[in-house]
Design a binder for this molecule. Sequence first.
Ligand code: ADP
Ligand code: ZN
Length: 654
Amino acid sequence: MGPDPKAGFRPPLLNRIGVDSLFSFSGRDSGASPGDDPDAALNALRTVFGYASFRGQQADIIDHVVRGGDALVLMPTGGGKSLCYQIPALVRDGVTVVVSPLIALMRDQVTAMRELGVRAAFLNSSLGAAEAREVERDMARGDIDLVYVAPERLVTPRFLELLDRTKLALFALDEAHCVSQWGHDFRPEYLQLSILHERHPDVPRIALTATADVQTRNEIKEKLGLTEARVFLSSFDRPNITYRVVPKKSERQQMLAFLNENHGEDAGIVYCMSRAKVEDTAAWLNAQGREALPYHAGLPASVREANQDRFIKSEGIVMVATVAFGMGIDKPNVRFVCHLDPPKSLEAYYQETGRAGRDGLPANAWMSYGMADVVMLRQMLEQSEAGDSHRRVERGKLEALLGYCETSGCRRQVLLNYFNETMAEPCGNCDTCLDPVASWDGTIAAQKALSAVYRTGQRYGAGHLIDVLLGNATEKVIQQAHDALKTFGVGKDLAKTEWQSVYRQLVANGFLTVDLEGYGGFRLTDAGVAVIKGQRSVSLRKDPVQERRRGVHDALRRQTGRGGAGSGGSSSSGTRTSLSAADDALWHALRDCRTGLAKEQGVPPYVIFHDSTLLEMVHQRPLTPDAFARLPGVGSRKLERYAAAFLDVIHEHG
Ligand code: ADP
Ligand code: ZN
């Protein structure tokens, strides 16, 4: 029998500040002004959220906002933006209004806040009139700390009038990039939010976004009237994500092997370009014994919602989706994001892969990429050849994407560089860093490949050209008399797959263009002609013959060496793959305990505890409430509600 954690136990800190069911960190009752207690924010972090210390710029941002300053916070996904307004909401006197664009997001945030014992609510179209009135009453009375509101409701006369009667602590504008007309998530209502400042000039504002795009940032400042706000810019690197691009052979099999090796029980997302491919891939994964669900805009809303809900509330489901899926998903333990087709741009890639590893534990971004993809991207590029500036921008984006896929350097350097961030050293956590890619002088091979294009009349794609180079007397070769060409059989020094790699790179690097009629016939560009004439040399990437597979465990070990983004300041946590058999049994038992509690309450499991907290339970094996209270992610409310259940499980596995 373990000790009864409810028997009058309180962590020392709680006794000191006298927290009961309500949290009060400011001088609310004493009439002191916010910011007077320098420890208030840290106390809130520890007692409510159960974290030991602030991360990155959180402390500075929170201090600035608590003192009444305006802030624009640019931080990547998983960086810890929410705390930047949630803690000021607890510390400052009055109600904090959080503007959030998506109902699902609001619901999840409010559920999580209530689990922490914070007085939070949302106002949106999913509430009945009576429920909404109740929230409004609580606001006017000051019986609530955080209210999440949809932008369209915020600017209604009724709500504006309610704000006039409410003591306001802070306006938080989440997903602030929604103000940008050029982004994917444009919400016209965001443009009206400057009205808040006009009506309440003394209430500080904090706008937050994970957009890495400089244009959008400037737009946010301007459109929200935040030109005077202090800007807090964090690095957009996501050190816990391992980036990989593999040459496509049989994409599904390659992906399945990768998942089996690294993510046997993990949840993740697989992106495909078309709805048909989404459905096929999901069905195929299920047939292979992997639980997978489809998601695309062509499915009935009820199916989409049900699938999303299952993905969020269960463990280990693979969501196969078009890009219609992802916005507003803040499931922290998405362990992998796979792309079976290339994304639209590097921005899109960053955003889509960014849904992995919000919790800071190791995660994988995996893309398969081959000749057909390059041809398709090139065709898109050719189509946008016309001169206007918008098309030039589109071209630049496609070139950047091709450059990322074909690089033999560090992928993270390419990615961050695209967002105007420089990384001095290669990252050590992408495929090219882990398994360095050799480059070779491909000038002669390129000359052979290009002259095969030229001599066959610039009409054929890679398949036929490679037959010519290899000297394969196929029916088509004979029919076209291509066996009589000087290039027939001159390429026997390389294997078929190597020639495929050569052609792919010649297309990707702009030595060949692709005709638009859809047959994918190659034509020489000026650069290609220069190579044939011996005026230019060509350096090529040697595609890895067989990609070496590495577990997430390896990624973690490397990561701890460079002080990665492990939660709670502890770097000893790993993912399941790094656990011994006994630890593994405990991990599963803890996860079952969490699932049971989550089901009872109808909430996602991660709202009870994040994986990182469960992993710390496995590593530390706390046996007393005191020890349990010290786990990252265990605040006073969760200690009170859940310590007993989880301590029982740990005792059983002692
Ligand atoms: P964002 O909104 O920037 O994507 P979140 O606010 O969801 O990020 O935070 C990402 C994860 O990091 C969450 O699991 C959160 O609980 C955790 N986290 C945030 N701040 C801290 C901190 N100071 N210490 C430990 N964990 C933190
Ligand atoms: Zn790298």
